[in-house]
Design a protein around this ligand. Structure first.
Ligand code: TRP
Length: 329
């Protein structure tokens, strides 16, 4: 039986965080054996916000190297830069003609991003979800791993794909959200009520995978806690609960055992231990990443191979789309 297809797009707009490592990335190995997985560094999406060319290039390569360092095997998964597979842009344009302004107007991410980038509300920012639709249906993806913030875009993708199918016949697979088995939900260190994510406003909120041991320990020392001074998981103790869950994740110990281990100990001692454990966990990934980044030619060659594979996978869909529309072959 042919494997189902998973497509995932990851924006090259900064360094991944500990949250992404312990969250999504921990399922990768299992996914790559059960599914045909594509992971695209979506640089075409990144330029909806103005990018410094050298920064975009560095962010792209760094992210690509992180994906591999964290365990995505480029032989078992298709890893590539979106901009190296022209079919994304081609199908993106086509699907623009099947997406309604009315539906794009409802996209909450567009509204948020235009509010944040009032001086650059470009058309790409507006049609971003159509390109995202193309990314997915180009590969006839069955499943798309997404966070809550992308649900609306996936709904739109399904609507556009169904509309297209209604006009031209069964051309696109209608994708569904992939909900990973419940894993750790790592919250912010400063805002333990919110998911840990890249944050420009407060770099102490998240641990970047590239953070040094000193920085990691410092960030954990500054983590928001409470004044109750007992180390246990409780709804009214989101900060300490999060630290316990991080410690449990990186050490592989059960949360209850972690609570026992720190019974009677102070928060200072606990935070130091969590910081050290996290730094220890990250070290081998950081070494692998540094090793990959030390040889850009090889890294770029891996990406080129991935792009070739992705282009081959995309070609049949683009062909039937063009034929269906009436373009001359
Ligand atoms: N829009 C997604 C984000 O902001 C990134 C993305 C682009 C994506 N294309 C995709 C995610 C296709 C899933 C599938 O995170």
């Amino acid at each position: 039986m042919t494997k189902k297809i998973i497509f995932s797009g990851i924006k090259p707009t900064g360094i991944p965080t500990l949250g992404s490592l312990l969250g999504a990335m921990s399922h990768w190995e299992k996914l790559s054996s059960e599914y045909n997985c594509l992971y695209s560094v979506v640089d075409l999406h990144a330029i909806t916000i103005r990018q410094e060319p050298s920064v975009l290039r560095d962010n792209g390569r760094n992210l690509f190297a992180w994906l591999i360092a964290l365990g995505l095997d480029p032989d078992k998964n298709t890893l590539y830069y979106q901009s190296q597979v022209p079919a994304h842009a081609e199908l993106g344009w086509i699907l623009n003609c099947y997406a309604y302004v009315g539906e794009l107007n409802r996209m909450t991410q567009f509204k948020d991003k235009s509010a944040k980038n009032a001086d650059n509300i470009n058309a790409g920012l507006y049609t971003y979800p159509v390109l995202q639709t193309a990314d997915i249906v180009l590969f006839q993806a069955n499943l798309v791993p997404i966070g809550e913030d992308q649900r609306q875009h996936l709904e739109l993708c399904r609507d556009i794909a169904e509309r297209f199918n209604k006009i031209y016949g069964e051309i696109f697979t209608i994708p569904e959200a992939y909900v990973p088995p419940v894993g750790a939900r790592i919250m912010g260190l400063q805002n333990p009520e919110n998911k840990m994510s890249k944050s420009d406003d407060n770099p102490n909120d998240c641990i970047y995978l590239s953070d040094s041991t000193d920085v990691i320990i410092k960030k954990f020392k500054r983590a928001v806690t409470d004044s109750d001074n007992t180390i246990r998981t409780a709804a009214e103790k989101p900060g300490i609960s999060n630290l316990l869950s991080i410690y449990s994740c990186v050490t592989g110990k059960k949360v209850a055992d972690c609570e026992a281990e720190f019974d009677g100990k102070g928060y200072g001692h606990f935070k130091q231990a969590v910081g050290e454990a996290v730094a220890e966990t990250l070290k081998p990934y950081q070494e692998k990443h540094a090793h990959l980044m030390a040889d850009i030619a090889t890294l770029d060659a891996i990406a080129a191979k991935g792009a070739e594979r992705a282009a081959n996978m995309a070609a049949p869909t683009l062909k039937i789309v063009k034929e269906a529309i009436g373009f001359i072959n």
